[in-house]
Design a protein around this ligand. Structure first.
Ligand code: SF4
Ligand code: FES
Length: 246
């Protein structure tokens, strides 16, 4: 099939960007969206045009780097799917496809479709870890954990830190990301001694990075490729309130 791509091109964060149009011919329905972009980049390079800058790494939906807005939706039209796992069979011959970077104050555009997401790293550095002595693997196996808590912790731990939740939110809120990271530890005994402190530090870092507040529109949950539930935001709020009582 042939498709018409409208891609955001921007040299760096100091100059204005614009959409450029490219016709991509002979796209296989079995190609991933990333493979299609690679094919276009090879054609651009042959013509002496600078290839489109975009991020990807694992191509398995686990690293969270392949972040782009496709036809207005972070990661594109398929629910619960990262851009790298989106296939061209989801599009039709002759389709016009608009590809843009994440747009959020806290994620400045570095080039074309690449944004700076180190704000997430700084939030994790503020408290997204367990620093108490949890013993060895055998000790962990001796700790009885209710299956419901273990399952919920694993659900939260699926967050790959892609930032789609922020890109979808009208407030540019990072609450879904932070709530997943806080919850994955707070639900397990090893993470509980520091749970309230962790929530306070990560929320403070989130605010300092310029992310907005949550106003319960649930767009974050709707675009999350790992289908992280907005229920975790309630869990984050409960952990945060504990810090105010302490
Ligand atoms: S909560 Fe979902 S959308 Fe947000 S960073 Fe994690 S995986 Fe990505
Ligand atoms: S390239 Fe790793 S999640 Fe898409």
């Amino acid at each position: 099939m042939d498709i018409i791509l409208h891609v955001w091109r921007q040299k760096n964060c100091h100059v204005k960007g614009h959409l450029e149009t490219y016709k991509v011919a002979n796209v296989s329905a079995d190609m991933s969206f990333i493979e299609m972009l690679d094919m276009l980049n090879a054609q651009l390079t042959e013509k002496g045009i600078e290839p489109i800058a975009f991020e990807c790494d694992c191509l398995e939906g686990i690293c969270g780097t392949c972040s782009m807005v496709i036809n207005g939706k972070p990661h594109g039209p398929e629910s619960g799917t990262t851009t790298c796992q989106l296939h061209m069979r989801k599009f039709k011959d002759g389709d016009h496809i608009f590809v843009e970077p994440w747009r959020s104050k806290a994620f400045p555009i570095l080039k074309d479709l690449v944004v700076q997401r180190s704000a997430f790293d700084r939030i994790m550095q503020a408290g997204g870890f367990v620093s108490v002595n949890t013993g060895g693997a055998r000790d962990a196996n001796n700790l009885l954990i209710p299956k419901e808590s273990a399952d919920l912790a694993m659900d939260a731990a699926q967050c790959i830190g892609c930032g789609a939740c922020v890109a979808a939110c009208k407030n540019g809120s990072a609450m879904l990301f932070v709530s997943a990271k806080v919850s994955q530890f707070a639900l397990l005994p090893q993470g509980q001694p520091e749970a309230a402190r962790r929530a306070a530090l990560m929320v403070e870092a989130m605010d300092n990075e310029g992310f907005g507040n949550c106003t319960n529109t649930y767009d974050c949950e709707g675009v999350c490729p790992k289908e992280i539930s907005a229920d975790f935001i309630a869990k984050l709020n409960r952990e945060f309130i504990k810090t105010k009582r302490a």
